[in-house]
Write a protein that binds this ligand. Structure first.
Ligand code: GLU
Length: 424
């Protein structure tokens, strides 16, 4: 997770309203039926659970958890679970809707869901995290399942969390059910390549965006906000493609080196020291300054609402490739579009993760596992085709890549809703 600026509490900082603003624009362009719009702008199902946990010191604490299923029109709900003090119902609602659009953009047969628990995982022991995860799983058990809703990792959760969730579900159902979650450890039914998938998908999208804009396929300067599973791996793959990563950040701050950072060494440093700060040959840079550094490509891969009406005018990048979900506000979209900045939107750019989650779910259900290169090749094909579909939709509707991606996905979800009809 990267250091993040705390936005003021305005509608610009409410992720659900930001999602709705884009849905509204796409719905107008598509001349969407008002009834279908009403369905798509409201989550299908929301569950709030209180999660009592025996803490290590013997005290009892009650955490609040959510699981929101925005849509199941195209298939089971799909989406991660995040642990953070910043989790709120509106954030989980927005993230679940973004999963619906994301799965539809890359055409994987899932709806959208998301979960979260309000907690500070850095201040909790492994045992406390395990008990919290298991009780949360038990509390949402009735609405999840391989054919209902398939969770995955997100901020501050990972393969360990997924293993606990899978075990808890399997103990309740009396059957080992690997397909209940994706992002599991590889030795426990996880897919090869899932760990790298989101970062690699971001790098593929950056490559396609540069090609689309006629920019060089090597030697571009890149700023990455974040250094976790998305930012760290996106930096690594872009570095391997021959680009120059000039700055990166983590939750404590950023590092900058105009000549380009040695990314494998940076990632090793981060692993050893637990923070980027002090990386030899780099200078420290604050999060706000990092976003407005001169560069060709900016990859926000931290959290929501980082590029807003307050800093969009100052962004120097020519291309933004959104590794995070919702890093740009709707007001910032308009500013960036006017300034000619090309934005590869989150629901396209970071969809490599859920694409390989789909492959994991398929492999679990067929009981046969694929080679890593096969996983990467299939994911690359989907990312390249989806980028092309979005660019074509942008031409068709004379709109930005973001709104084009919404148009494409809203159309696909609306089609399923209409074909299924209304059960009454
Ligand atoms: N949490 C990831 C996302 O936001 C992955 C979700 C999944 O694989 O289901 O896309």
């Amino acid at each position: 997770m990267a250091q993040a600026t705390s936005p003021p509490n305005t509608s610009e900082s409410n992720p659900y309203l930001q999602m709705r603003a884009r849905l509204d624009l796409a719905s107008k362009l598509l001349q969407l039926d008002p009834g279908v719009y009403d369905i798509l702008s409201t989550p299908f199902q929301e569950l709030t659970v209180s999660v009592p946990v025996k803490m290590d010191n013997g005290s009892l604490r009650v955490f609040t958890g959510y699981r929101v299923q925005h849509s199941i029109a195209r298939g089971p709900a799909k989406g991660g679970i995040r642990y953070s003090p910043e989790v709120s119902l509106d954030e989980v609602r927005a993230l679940s809707a973004w999963m619906t659009w994301k799965c539809a953009v890359v055409n994987v047969p899932f709806g959208g869901g998301k979960g979260g628990i309000i907690c500070d995982p850095r201040r909790m022991s492994q045992g406390e995290l395990e008990r919290m995860t298991r009780r949360y799983t038990a509390n949402i058990l009735d609405i999840i399942g391989p054919e209902r809703d398939v969770p995955a990792p997100d901020m501050n959760t990972g393969e360990r969390t997924m293993a606990w969730l899978m075990d808890t579900y399997s103990m309740h159902t009396r059957a080992t059910t690997t397909a209940i979650v994706t992002g599991k450890p590889v030795g426990l039914g996880g897919s090869l390549g899932r760990r790298e998938a989101t970062g690699l998908g971001v790098a593929f999208t950056a490559r396609e965006a540069l090609k689309h804009l006629g920019m060089p396929d090597q030697g571009c300067s890149v700023v990455v906000q974040g250094s976790g599973n998305v930012g760290g791996l996106a930096a690594q793959f872009l570095h391997e493609m021959g680009h120059k990563i000039v700055a990166m950040s983590d939750m404590y701050g950023g590092i900058h080196c105009e000549a380009g950072l040695d990314i494998p060494a940076v990632l090793q440093w981060l692993k050893d020291k637990g923070r980027l700060e002090g990386f030899p040959g780099s200078i420290a840079v604050e999060n706000a300054a990092l976003l407005t550094l001169p560069c060709d490509v900016l990859v926000p891969a931290a959290t929501e609402n980082q590029i807003t009406s307050t800093n969009a005018e100052d962004i120097k990048a020519k291309v933004i490739v959104e590794g995070a979900n919702g890093p740009t506000s709707a007001a910032a979209d308009a500013i960036l579009e006017r300034r000619g900045v090309f934005v590869a939107p989150d629901i396209l750019a970071n969809a490599g993760g859920v694409t390989v989650s789909y492959f994991e779910w398929v492999q679990n259900r067929m009981g046969y596992f694929w080679e890593k290169q096969d996983v990467f090749d299939r994911m690359e094909r989907i990312m390249v085709d989806s980028f092309r579909d979005v660019v074509q939709a942008a031409e068709k509707y004379q709109t930005s890549a973001r709104i084009a991606a919404y148009c494409l996905s809203v159309e696909r979800v609306a089609y399923c809703l209409t074909m299924r009809g209304i059960y009454a």
